[in-house]
Design a protein around this ligand. Sequence first.
Ligand SMILES: Nc1ncnc2c1ncn2[C@@H]1O[C@H](COP(=O)(O)OP(=O)(O)OP(=O)(O)O)[C@@H](O)[C@H]1O
Ligand SMILES: [Mg+2]
Length: 417
Amino acid sequence: MITSIRLVNFKNFADETLRVGPFTVIVGANASGKSNIRDAFRFLCGIGIGYTLAEIIGGVYGSGGQRDWEPIRGAANEIIRFGQEKFSIEMELDDGRAHYMIEIGHHERKPDEFQIKKEKLIVESETIYTAHCDGESLRVRGAWDKEQKEILLESNQAVLTQLTIPPIPIESKRQEAFFELLPKISQPSFTLLEMYFRELSPGRMRESSLPGAKMLGNFGENLPTALEEICTDPKRQEILTSWIHELTPMDVQGFEFPRDPSGRVHLMLCETNGSKVSADSASDGTLRFLAMLAALLGKYPEGLHFFEEIDTGIHPARQSLLLELIEKQAAKEKVQIITTTHAPDLLTFVNDSTFENMSVVCRLENSHDAIIRRVADLPNAKELRKSQGLGKLLAEGWIETALAFTEDYDEAEGDGE
Ligand SMILES: Nc1ncnc2c1ncn2[C@@H]1O[C@H](COP(=O)(O)OP(=O)(O)OP(=O)(O)O)[C@@H](O)[C@H]1O
Ligand SMILES: [Mg+2]
């Protein structure tokens, strides 16, 4: 599980760290940098997939011409903080069990391209490898080699995924040592791979899907077959219907999955009054709930789910239930959820553990850069949360005001030293 992420010269962050919990809520004004944090997680996910830097930043097209991977917003020119040459992303796993750092800059000879300048993986206090760029290639020293002989790897793809194919000759004794270390390399790599960036779109959720497509797509594709898969397991089906019963105003009692002549699977919602409604005419909010449930109750919910503005299209009266659902799912092992939100009501209902993992992103006056701070660390936040409610504090701009005050104060203190 990722427990923190540090961004140095990435987009509008000079050097900021976000603490990440089972459920992390990010608040902040428009254009403060919330989605830039999402971009950083997407960058890491691209590394986990094994894409090259050009692919992660510029996008990947499938053989049919469709996009398999969306470019990072701003692509090549705006990924590095304005005026800087390099950026780095550092993550901590399992409360310090592992640390991973990657630094990226423009290619020395081809300034339009990027290359890895440095990379490092530490697991259980052991440095598994370090890498630095020598102009063209990455020179890598690994713990598999006691003499720390360097091996050369490409500088356009993370060492983390290049190492999944042993870069050491078969006959070498070092290979045995390498295979012993491999689980320590592949575990962080899998963590990066298992990330889902949910941008639920009602249009995509209304589409029929093909039998066998059980994984929900990031836009909500395959909703019929993802739900059908949940319904094959009586335990998960019961949880699904009980949540749906509470969450939707029209009381869905169950689902049907009719096939059309071409074999595609459609979604029908069975209401309490006996009528059946096709996904085509179900409400946007209902479909959003269904897709969130399909994502979190699906066969393989493990991993990090990033929901941008989770409250979109959800009535305030239902937001507390939505929150309850997420907090319950995030309490499960290996499931992590991060969301951005502008909804005061959502904040009012967060439990104590979510409150501990709530951060605010803010651009202070006269500064391009953004800072990230835990809301619980703001002065009197805990007391004010109890007496006034976080929602009210967010709506009235107290969070940003308190932040501006403490940062000014800190700076003044620093000046005095
Ligand atoms: N390379 C960069 N260097 C400095 N600042 C940047 C860079 N790229 C983007 N920004 C800043 O980040 C801002 C966009 O941030 P972001 O999209 O994360 O906002 P947000 O908090 O998600 O806002 P909203 O709530 O409206 O979605 C831009 O307006 C710009 O000021
Ligand atoms: Mg945004």
